[in-house]
Design a protein around this ligand. Structure first.
Ligand SMILES: Nc1ncnc2c1ncn2[C@@H]1O[C@H](COP(=O)(O)OP(=O)(O)OP(=O)(O)O)[C@@H](O)[C@H]1O
Length: 306
């Protein structure tokens, strides 16, 4: 991964593209042009993954394979290990056991970081360095740029599209530190979008983001989904993203307790205004029908907390 704004956060231990991305200009890199659709290829493949932090086991043996084009929601209670899991998938946290592969390679040997757009959980996006919103978003292009190459029209267009996608065009020249927490989250999303990756890993992208912006993000992600991009997102509340999800993974106490049908609101949860989404029965129409895709398999047992 390249030197990006992600590095200023200390998030990017591997050089992976924690940067920005373009949802809208994504067509310029359609999934086919990336090779992401190669038969049998896996985007992420973790086998027996263990993570120990402060001598405490946090991931306790995770097997998880994610194929190109899947839209996966990683859910679970606070502290269950969701962020640790996605960061370990990217190689941002070393495993204490097992292995993880990124497009078939261990993170240390993975070179195509432009393929990955990572949106970390809320951070100080400027990392203490004075930077404008546009500069932070433009840092998402770095993994795509050759060294010392001048900014191209394509770079500028991707940054403009990304800013538009999160409704921050009017704030492009402002210091990023002057933005609210929710706006800074939108900057992180735009940074990922600007890089036009084929694979997005988003850690609670809608946390603290207002309803209108969540809908904007859902529209943007819907475009990416139709283009065959791979999306892994950690979420407590799926809100308007819910119809896009093709697979739900529930983490509990460092283990995956459900991997299959995505959550569907029903009963009380389906009422207008109720945004808390649980995994529900797998026989309801969902994103697979909406998007004409195959759903994740397996029965649902969200009593990950029972
Ligand atoms: N750097 C660290 N050192 C020690 N323990 C850590 C560290 N980072 C996370 N943990 C612990 O690992 C566990 C899982 O944390 P993680 O952030 O993965 O949970 P999560 O499911 O993403 O939670 P949330 O929904 O609150 O974001 C927690 O108990 C947390 O305290």
């Amino acid at each position: 991964m390249s030197e990006t704004a992600g590095n200023t956060t200390g998030e990017n231990a591997t050089g992976a593209n924690t940067t920005a991305a373009n949802t809208t200009g994504a067509s310029t890199t359609g999934a086919n042009t990336t090779g992401a659709k190669t038969s049998g290829e896996t985007a992420f493949s973790m086998t027996g993954g263990k993570v120990t932090l402060d001598r405490r086991p946090i991931l306790r043996g995770v097997d998880l394979t994610i194929r190109p084009g899947e839209v996966v929601a990683v859910m679970g209670t606070n502290g269950s290990g969701k962020s640790t899991l996605v960061r370990a998938l990217l190689g941002l946290i070393p495993l204490s056991g097992g292995q993880t592969l990124l497009y078939g390679r261990p993170p240390a040997r993975f070179r195509d970081w432009w393929r990955i757009g990572y949106v970390p959980q809320r951070l100080q996006v400027g990392g203490g360095v004075p930077a404008t919103v546009r500069e932070v978003v433009a840092s998402g292009r770095i993994a795509r740029q050759r060294r010392l190459r001048r900014t191209s029209a394509a770079d500028r267009a991707a940054v403009a599209d990304a800013l538009e996608a999160v409704d921050l065009t009017a704030r492009a020249g402002d210091p990023v530190q002057h933005l609210s927490g929710g706006q800074q989250q939108r900057v992180l999303i735009a940074r990922a979008l600007a890089g036009e990756p084929d694979t997005y890993v988003m850690d609670e992208p809608t946390a603290g983001v207002d309803a209108e912006t969540q809908r904007l993000l859902a529209d943007t992600l819907a475009t990416l989904v139709l283009q065959g991009r791979t999306i892994v997102l950690v979420a407590h509340e799926l809100g308007p993203l819910e119809p896009l999800i093709t697979r739900g993974v529930v983490v509990r106490d460092g283990l995956i307790t459900h991997d299959g049908a995505p959550p569907r609101p029903e009963g009380e949860c389906a009422r207008p205004g109720h945004e808390h989404v649980h995994p529900h029965a797998p026989d309801e129409p969902g994103a697979s029908e909406i998007l004409g895709r195959g759903a994740g398999a397996g029965p649902l047992n969200w009593q990950g907390e029972a």
